[in-house]
Design a protein around this ligand. Structure first.
Ligand code: FCB
Length: 509
C-alpha cells in the first residue's frame, strides 16, 4: 500500500523520533508520568459501522453555514507578483525531488487573477461562506515591517467582492506559507516567530477587520509542525524531534499572542483555529491499547487546543520535555486563547495500539511518545488512500463538545480526492464525492442532534488545486480545474452541494 501524507506522518512520529532524539535531550527535562491518568479517559470504541444509510433526509439547523475552503499557496499562483516575498513553500517546491512530478504552486489555479471567477463558482453553488487564507509574504515580504499595500489591496478587493456576493469571508491567517526570511531566522522553532506572527495579525486586523468578522489563526498546527519539522515531507523540510517540539511551543505561544492582537484591535471579532482532528480508536479492547488511544487523542487533537482553552499541555507524552520545548515561566498563561469557536478539519480515523515491550526498550522515542498510530482498514479508500469513515466526524465532534463545555464548532474542512475528469460531454460525474459528503454530513447531523453546537460545514475544496507534496495529482475540488487552460467546470458534486446549500438539507438518494 502506498504511504499517504498522514499514514506516513503516523509512522514517522514513531520512526522519526528515534532517529532524531539526541541522547542528552531528555536529561534536562522535568519528568511526570501521565500514563496512569490518561488511562482513565480512553477514546470511545466506535460501535457503529463506518457507513450510513442513505435513504433518509437530513435537515440542518436554521442559519447553518454552507461553505468551501482553499489556501493561498494551493490556489493563488503569482508567486512573485506585486512585491510578494518568497515563502517556505516556494523554496520547498523549487527544490528538486520534494514534490511529486516536480509540480510547484508558481501558477496553481491562478486565483490571484481569477478570483472573480472563483466567487462566481461559489455563487453558482449557493454558498454563504468562503474559507481562504492570506499569504503572509504577500503582506510582509520579509516577515516583518510595514504592510505591502499591493498585497493588502488584493485581499481587500476579494473581501469586498465576497461581501457583495453575500458570502462570508472566513479568513485563515496562516495556512503554512511562512515568509522564507523568518525561516532563515530560525522559523517556528525560534520563539521570536510568535511575536512576528502577532505583528502580522495586527496589520490584518487593522486592514481588514472593519469587514472581516470571522478569523482562523492557524490551519492544522499539528500537521505543519510535524510534517515540516519532524517528518520533513512538507516545507521547510526539517527532520528533527527537537525542532518539532520547539515549533509546537512557539505555535502555541503564537496562538495566544495572535488571539490577543486581533481582539485588541477588533474586540468583537470571532476568532478560532482550524485543528486537524481524527477519531483515535484503540486497536483492541485491551487496557494498553485504550491507553494508547488516549495518548493518540491528546497528541492529535489536543496538543494545540488544550493550551489555548485550558492553559496547559495535554497528557500526550510520557512526560513533558519542558527544557527541550523551550517552555519558560509564564508561558502557560501566554498560550491561553479563549477561542470563540473550535474549527475542525476531519478526514478519517486513526487506530492506536500500544508499543510492545521490546519496542519500548529499543526505541528511545517510545518513552516520550508511547503509541503506535495506523490507519483503519475497513472503510473504502479515496484516490489518495485515506479511509472513508464518517463515524469519525461524529465521534470527534461529540467528544470535543462534551470535553470542552459545548463550544461553538465550525467544520473547517472535510473532503475527498477522486481524480475523475470530464467525460465526452464535458461532465465530471464524481458520484463517489457526493457519497462522501453525504455520509459525513449525515454523521454531523447526528452530532448536532446529540447536542453539539456546530455552526457550519466547509467542503475541502472549492476547486482542484496544488495538494502539497502530492502536487496536482490529487483532486479534491467541487469544481474541476484544467491546469493547462485554467478553465473551471463545476462537477456533479458541486451541483449536488449547491442543492444542499439552497435547501439546508441533504435529500435522500
Ligand atoms: C488538509 C489541509 C488542506 C488540504 C487537505 C486535503 O490537511 O489543511 O490544505 O491539503 O488536507
Amino acid at each position: 500500500m502506498r504511504l499517504t501524507r498522514r499514514e506516513f506522518t503516523h509512522s514517522a512520529l514513531l520512526a522519526g523520533v528515534a532517529a532524531t532524539l539526541p541522547a542528552g535531550l531528555l536529561s534536562g527535562c522535568s519528568v511526570s508520568s501521565n500514563a496512569a491518568r490518561t488511562a482513565g479517559s480512553p477514546a470511545p470504541v466506535s460501535s457503529h459501522a463506518g457507513q450510513f444509510d442513505t435513504s433518509s433526509e437530513i435537515a440542518f439547523p436554521r442559519n447553518f453555514i454552507w461553505g468551501t475552503a482553499t489556501a493561498a499557496y494551493q490556489i493563488e499562483g503569482a508567486w512573485k507578483e506585486d512585491g510578494k516575498g518568497e515563502s517556505i513553500w516556494d523554496r520547498f517546491a523549487h527544490t528538486p525531488g520534494k514534490i511529486k512530478n516536480g509540480d510547484t504552486g508558481d501558477a496553481a489555479c491562478d486565483s490571484y487573477h481569477r478570483w472573480r471567477e472563483d466567487i462566481a463558482l461559489m455563487q453558482a453553488m449557493n454558498l454563504n461562506s468562503y474559507r481562504f487564507s492570506i499569504s503572509w509574504p504577500r503582506i510582509q515580504p520579509a516577515g516583518s515591517g510595514p504592510a505591502n499595500s499591493k498585497g493588502v489591496d488584493y485581499y481587500s478587493r476579494l473581501v469586498d467582492a465576497l461581501l457583495d456576493a453575500r458570502i462570508r469571508p472566513f479568513v485563515t491567517l496562516y495556512h503554512w506559507d511562512l515568509p522564507q526570511a523568518l525561516e532563515d531566522a530560525g522559523g517556528w522553532p525560534n520563539r521570536d516567530t510568535a511575536s512576528r506572527f502577532a505583528d502580522y495579525v495586527d496589520l490584518l486586523a487593522r486592514a481588514l477587520g472593519d469587514r472581516v468578522s470571522d478569523w482562523i489563526l492557524f490551519n492544522e498546527p499539528s500537521a505543519f509542525t510535524d510534517l515540516g519539522h519532524l517528518e520533513g515531507t512538507h516545507a521547510p523540510g526539517r527532520k528533527s524531534l527537537l525542532d518539532f517540539l520547539r515549533a509546537s511551543h512557539t505555535v502555541n505561544l503564537a496562538q495566544g499572542a495572535g488571539f490577543r492582537a486581533l481582539k485588541a484591535t477588533r474586540p468583537s471579532a470571532r476568532v478560532g483555529t482550524a485543528f486537524s482532528m481524527s477519531a483515535c480508536e484503540p486497536a483492541t479492547d485491551s487496557e494498553p491499547d485504550r491507553l494508547a488511544a488516549a495518548r493518540c487523542h491528546a497528541i492529535t487533537n489536543l496538543w494545540f487546543l488544550e493550551p489555548a482553552l485550558k492553559g496547559r499541555y495535554p497528557e500526550a507524552l510520557a512526560f513533558l520535555p519542558e527544557t527541550a520545548m523551550g517552555i519558560k515561566a509564564g508561558d502557560l498563561d501566554k498560550m491561553r486563547a479563549p477561542l470563540d469557536f473550535v474549527g475542525i478539519n476531519l478526514y478519517y480515523r486513526t487506530i492506536a495500539s500500544a508499543p510492545g515491550a521490546m519496542e519500548r526498550l529499543s526505541h528511545a522515542q517510545q518513552w516520550l511518545f508511547p503509541v503506535k498510530m495506523g490507519v483503519g482498514q475497513q472503510g473504502p479508500r479515496t484516490d489518495i488512500g485515506w479511509e472513508i469513515w464518517p463515524q469519525a466526524l461524529y465521534d470527534v465532534v461529540t467528544r470535543i463538545s462534551r470535553d470542552f463545555n459545548r463550544p461553538q464548532i465550525e467544520i473547517t474542512e472535510s473532503g475527498c480526492a477522486y481524480n475523475d475528469g470530464p467525460d465526452a460531454s464535458g461532465v465530471i460525474r464524481d458520484a463517489r464525492r457526493i457519497a462522501y459528503h453525504r455520509q459525513y454530513l449525515q454523521a454531523l447531523a447526528r452530532a448536532i442532534a446529540d447536542g453539539a453546537d456546530v455552526r457550519g460545514y466547509h467542503a475541502w475544496a472549492l476547486l482542484d488545486n496544488f495538494e502539497w507534496a502530492e502536487g496536482f495529482g490529487q483532486r479534491f475540488g467541487l469544481a474541476y480545474v484544467d491546469f493547462k487552460t485554467q478553465r473551471r467546470i463545476i462537477k456533479e458534486s458541486g451541483r449536488w452541494y449547491a442543492k444542499v446549500a439552497a435547501e439546508n438539507r441533504v435529500g435522500p438518494v
